[in-house]
Design a protein around this ligand. Structure first.
Ligand SMILES: [Zn+2]
Length: 78
């Protein structure tokens, strides 16, 4: 799995909706990729923040913006 794929699956990974083989691939990538660990960490913190504010989930539009930003960041690095 590469960084772009991980970002694509990240929200499913965090909410444990990912198929088990993809979860294993994501975890294998996270073990070797510092960038994605940072992304995972900041995404989880953002989700936590929304939950503290009493929101059940991140608004779809906000989430889309975040993932676009992440994809941009990754494509610039590549
Ligand atoms: Zn990565």
């Amino acid at each position: 799995m590469d960084c772009n794929t991980l970002v694509e699956y990240l929200s499913d990974y965090i909410s444990h909706n990912l198929e088990s083989d993809l979860t294993a691939e994501a975890e294998a990538h996270l073990r070797t990729c510092q960038n994605c660990r940072v992304v995972l960490d900041s995404t989880q913190k953002m989700i936590l923040l929304y939950r503290e504010q009493g929101k059940q989930s991140i608004p779809a539009q906000r989430r889309e913006t975040l993932f676009n930003q992440l994809s941009d960041a990754f494509s610039k690095r590549a």
